[in-house]
Design a protein around this ligand. Structure first.
Ligand SMILES: NC(=O)c1ccc[n+]([C@@H]2O[C@H](COP(=O)([O-])OP(=O)(O)OC[C@H]3O[C@@H](n4cnc5c(N)ncnc54)[C@H](O)[C@@H]3O)[C@@H](O)[C@H]2O)c1
Length: 253
């Protein structure tokens, strides 16, 4: 495999599972040194193990993306351990607060926005502060097709948080392109991770609920979402700025 990210340090939040774990492994397989950041220290350590077993370089950082000091320390740790930070995939997210708006638990609303929106804002803030003083960089944020693109009943809190990530991505991209920092987002559709299971649901039940909503007829595998992330992080997308790359099997076509 070629090594387009050789010599780069890539940070992935939420890299302890799902899309984030696949992203961390993919950056490492393509030559980057990867900082595996997650709230769950055990899962982050497991991702590092998988990368090292494959011959890659990585280290784990425990972070709560809702906490400013924790996010600042994550970026400082990445830089001090590995000598820089060139790529960030701000991927940590949660899918909670489901149900009609009138019945929405306000604590769930705040918790949802804290991770999905404030978490991305804080990560970008500290990543950009480092990157703009050190030759620039590339940032890819995790939005969702349940944001700016499609509507499912009962997902208001999640949808609002993700639509705001798309908007914040465009705003930050404009603010910092002159600092040499290229910022984009990926909006996945329903993907094969633990996030898409309803409580107690089997794989067959999930397929019956979701496959018909996706023109391609199935959920995405995580490497299909990560392919978009890798492209936006690479030089091949050098003229793409402030874009939200919907990768959803046609669900929002
Ligand atoms: N899976 C999908 O169908 C889908 C669709 C659209 C968008 N997304 C988005 O893609 C991203 C990854 O989703 P996934 O399906 O891999 O989810 P996942 O639940 O498998 O992984 C999310 C990771 O984020 C971590 N995390 C949660 N809160 C955190 C916090 N406060 N600080 C640090 N880490 C935290 C979790 O520990 C977990 O490892 C999310 O932002 C999600 O909203 C997923």
């Amino acid at each position: 495999m070629s090594a387009p990210f050789h010599g780069k340090v890539a940070l992935v939040t939420g890299a302890g599972s799902g899309i984030g774990r696949t992203s961390a492994r993919a950056f490492a397989a393509r030559g980057a040194t990867v900082v595996v950041a997650d709230l769950d220290a055990g899962n982050a350590a497991q991702t590092v193990k998988l990368i090292e077993r494959g011959g890659g370089r990585a280290s784990a950082v425990t972070v709560d993306v809702t906490d400013s000091a924790s996010v600042q320390s994550m970026v400082d740790t990445a830089v001090s351990r590995h000598g820089g930070l060139h790529i960030a995939h701000n991927n940590a997210g949660v899918f909670t607060g489901l149900g009609p708006l009138a019945d929405l638990d306000e604590g769930q609303w705040h918790a949802q926005l804290a991770v999905n929106l404030t978490g991305v804002m804080l990560a970008m803030k500290y990543e950009i502060r480092h990157m703009r003083d050190n030759g620039g960089g590339v940032i890819v944020n995790a939005a969702s097709n349940i944001g700016d693109h499609v509507r499912y009943p009962g997902t208001g809190a999640y949808a609002a948080s993700k639509a705001a990530v798309s908007t914040l991505t465009r705003a930050a991209a404009l603010d910092h392109i002159k600092d040499g920092i290229r910022i984009n987002a990926v909006s996945p559709g329903a993907s094969n991770t633990s996030m898409t299971f309803m409580p107690g649901e089997s794989e067959a039940e999930r397929a019956a609920r979701l496959n018909g909503t996706i023109p391609l007829g199935r959920l995405a595998e995580t490497d299909e979402i990560v392919a978009s992330v890798l492209w936006l992080a690479s030089e091949e997308s050098s003229f793409v700025v402030g874009h939200d790359l919907v990768t959803d099997g046609g669900a929002s076509a």
